[in-house]
Design a protein. Sequence first.
Length: 764
Amino acid sequence: MAYHRVVRLPRHLKPLLLSTAVLAASQAQAQLEEVIVTAQKREQSLQDAPIAITAFGQHALEQKGVRDLVDLGTFAPNVKVAPLPSNTAKATVAIRGSVTSNPGIYWEPTVGIYLDGAYVGKFSGNVFKLAEVERIEILRGPQGTLFGRNTSGGAINVITQVPTGELGGKLRAGVGNFGYRELSGTLDLPALQLGEAGSLAAKLSLSTDERDGFYDNVDPAPGTTITHPFTGQPIPANPASRKDSNAADSTIGRIDLMWDVSDRLSIRYAYDDVDVDNTPAKPQFTHLDTTNLTFGFPLPADLAQFISSESKNLSKNSLDADIWEKFESKSHTLTAEYGLGELGFMGDVSLKYIFNDRDLDFTFGLDNDGTPFHIYHSSIFEDYSQRSHELQWTGNLDRVDYVMGLYYFEEQADVENPLRPLNSFFGPLLNDNRYGLESDQVAAYAQANWTPAMLEDRLTLTAGLRWTDEEKSVYIDHPGDNPPFKGKNKKSFSNVSPTVIVAYDFSDQLNAYAKYAQGWKSGGFSGEAVSLEAFNEGYTAEEIDSWEIGIKSRWLNSTLQINAAAFFNDEKDIQLTVFVPDASGGTSSVVKNAGSAEKKGAEVEVVYAPTADLMLSANYGYLDSKFKEFMEFDPVLGRSVNVADQRYTQYTPRHTVNLGIDYTLLRADFGELNAHVDYSYNDDYTPYVKPDQRAVSKVDGYGLFNARLTLSNIPVGDNQLQLSLWGKNLRDEEYRLNTIPFGPMTTSFFGNPRTYGLEAQFSF
């Protein structure tokens, strides 16, 4: 059985961490090891940490085939990660039903993504490829009193490997179907001794992968036409643009330096450069409503000849737009930590500073209608930059552990969004929509854990508080509308959010906790608003009150681990994306406050190691979500009414399941043969809130099988070779992931077909 070697983290690597249980295969009797973690910025056991979290170490990520955030899928209970409609470099991340479903750069995500402790702002590029990742943690529920940036739904924390200071590395190469090929390498250099200035270690990483498109873009059949709605004349179909959908091409480079100045001071600098050149996801035309007017007339009824099934994933399509998707990211991260030692009543104190500067350029061109006619094409050009500073003060006393932090975050974005609707009917039309933002946030947070001298040290009380002040300025410019309009607006938002936890150790095998936390994210203005009045209306801040109870337990001589949690979230002023008609005759996606909702559920995670060669894992998430208040204006009554019973919460599957088996088939002098199989199930959900949108966009439940067979520890001199055969979606399940219901048309986007490949890795 392959296993993780668990070590205590060095002082210079103390991000929020909670690792998963692993099998101590070296022991004669199977046993799940106790893992030392720093979930609350102090070392403690996984089973003592009063928080709902799922984590994957390097080995687990490899076995599950996780190469980017979308690959996380449903590996954690009540977590949904899916690519956004029409593109591959952005994702919708939902935790316990909290989600930001619109990729608009002008509003905040409910789930924060952190890379080595630094917040990665906005959705653009949040499906970055994962190079040299040590582990990923998924924290469920509001985060704020321990994280720099406040996130209302949860957090995904990505931690990369630290330079070792010893000569070594690895080289990986792989091939697969659809022309997949990858090559990556890392090189750890020997530490450079700097005398009294300590030592400097360095790691260099470079990876590249390419894949042909999953779906062919072919010319329509000769003589294909539709009827012009005004003249009645036939309109011939356009030839295909010749670029296939879902092709991938990415290159990632990283320079990582670790300077251990002294026993007290360490400084780490990392530079990341990501370059992605994909083609967008395949749009599949699945619905037409000829009674829904566009520019005052219905679309031609003979467009129906291109409608395809909502459950059948076509292997080819005919797209006439020039499609592309490019993403470039450059990031500098500096982390410095200094151990101040004992400071009287402050205890044993350390100081940590995290700086990040990130620039993103994202652009794509889309064929939104999925047909060989120019009905609705669009493109986006985004330029985004962010900068953050975080200062943490941590201390340890006899019965108290605490952390205090100051945080500053600023960002700036400019977006150009040309829309080209209905060229097949009216000739060249162009709406050159532009918007952007500037914002800055200042925050202070603190959290303390106290173990009183009573009840045999079994009780721990935790309290935290966060203060946030954010100012946001957004502009909009629609020169192509009739009439054209432009404007700019600014608003400040402020919040104080608490966290309270009570934890109790009933025995060495069973711990329990109860937690209350408040989540919050600021309001703003919709950059895609269809009028200046709608833009100035804006939307207010969103707030979540979250209650949670949970247990952590070990049984059967530490071979069985059962962790569970139940939660209730009360959400107020929920920010939702809705489609509204625009001047082009299509629709635009804008943000509005919907009222309130309640989301409750339960989560169970089980790991069982009956033998040293076998480990079984399972997790299950249950989610019950509904609106309590959803106010909309009724033109007949002339007032707003509550339509909550006619609206649906987004990305809230009732059931999520994941099952896994890891089995060591053979141990021999020439290596170990390990097999991994996992199955994940995602229940029905809807990406949109309105009944008419749900009718054409509901995603049916689906289940996926993945597997990996690995021959590891193959001796090659003093080095090692590893060979792996892997497969994803082995049953070639055809399943819809998302839709775009714009006006009278709906296009659908499907999950990846069956993929498989062979991989070789040489470690030295």
